[in-house]
Design a protein around this ligand. Structure first.
Ligand SMILES: [Zn+2]
Length: 294
């Protein structure tokens, strides 16, 4: 959608009460964090603490958007055959989609070699491919059918086509060691639904690992351009306040990339203590939230 169309739609909807409700939990009350383009607002839900943009999208629009309109440069531009061959030959090393940092973080968090990993929101499969090459037994999901198909056909990605149906099935229950997502939860209508389904598919003590644009007050205080991180394409803006509410029963860690997870932090995660630790002062653009669920 063009900027003008987005603005017009926002103007039409900005007094629609349904489009002011929290997309995560449906609650009515929220507080204003920031206003942009006169009619669009970033608000924090009083109930679930998630920051979200209003007017919100109608539920059916999300899937449509990701299948037809979502374009974020390299993330969604599927490469031509020669470019893909080159990327595979170098194992994506040194490219914009090099996952070696994420793989290193998973190892630091204590994910064992051969761990069963679910890659939620895998786009065209570059990350799932690298996880598999690093020895993780990887299963993936991507909402965009063309990108999912590209990963399956060209990168050997193993993917489920209907995440909710799979996650609710008896064969998925308690099967995964790691539930991973990078730059996905800020796009979905209800991150709490995804967390609940992650809890279902993870084995007891399994790792929930999410990287998101850093919505923390600490980062906002040092970034003059943080406002660009919410809007049409990023309807949610996630921070430790939300994750603390959503994962209140699990030990959880927060950090800003690049993170280092020491023995004490690893030990805390396995302690069962339902509280949180901060790895640093959260002042860079990417936030890690890691928790051991159940
Ligand atoms: Zn809410």
């Amino acid at each position: 959608m063009s900027k003008v169309d987005y603005l017009l739609r926002s103007v039409v909807r900005h007094r629609d009460a349904d489009r002011q409700r929290c997309p995560n939990c449906g609650a009515k009350n929220s507080i204003l964090i920031e206003r942009k383009l006169v009619v669009t607002e970033l608000r924090r839900c009083d109930a679930c603490m998630m920051m979200f943009r209003t007017p919100t999208d109608a539920p059916a629009e999300a899937a449509d958007f990701y299948n037809h309109e979502y374009a974020q440069g390299f993330t969604t531009d599927m490469p031509e055959a020669p470019a893909l061959a080159e990327l595979k030959a170098r194992g994506f090393t040194g490219t914009e989609k090099d996952y070696s940092y994420y793989i290193d973080v998973l190892r630091q968090l204590g994910a064992p070699p051969g761990a069963k990993l679910f890659d939620f929101g895998c786009s065209w499969g570059y990350g799932s491919y690298q996880f598999a090459r690093a020895g993780f037994d990887t299963l993936s999901y991507e909402i965009s059918a063309p990108r999912r198909r590209f990963g399956v056909e060209n990168l050997g990605v193993q993917a489920v086509s209907d995440f909710e149906a799979w996650a609710n099935s008896p064969e998925a229950e308690a099967t995964m060691d790691v539930f991973f997502s990078a730059h996905v939860l800020e796009h979905v209508p209800s991150p709490s639904l995804i967390i609940a389904l992650a809890q279902r598919v993870l084995k007891p003590g399994g790792l929930f690992v999410a990287f998101v644009p850093n919505g923390s007050a600490a980062f906002r205080s040092v970034s003059p351009t943080w406002s660009r991180l919410w809007g049409e394409v990023h309807p949610n803006f996630l921070d430790e306040v939300f994750f603390n509410a959503a994962l209140s029963r699990s030990p959880r860690l927060f950090g800003a990339s690049p993170v280092t997870i020491d023995e004490a932090a690893r030990g805390f995660l396995t302690s069962g203590d339902p509280s949180h630790r901060q790895l640093d002062d959260l002042k860079t653009a990417e936030m890690l939230c890691a928790a051991r669920l159940n």
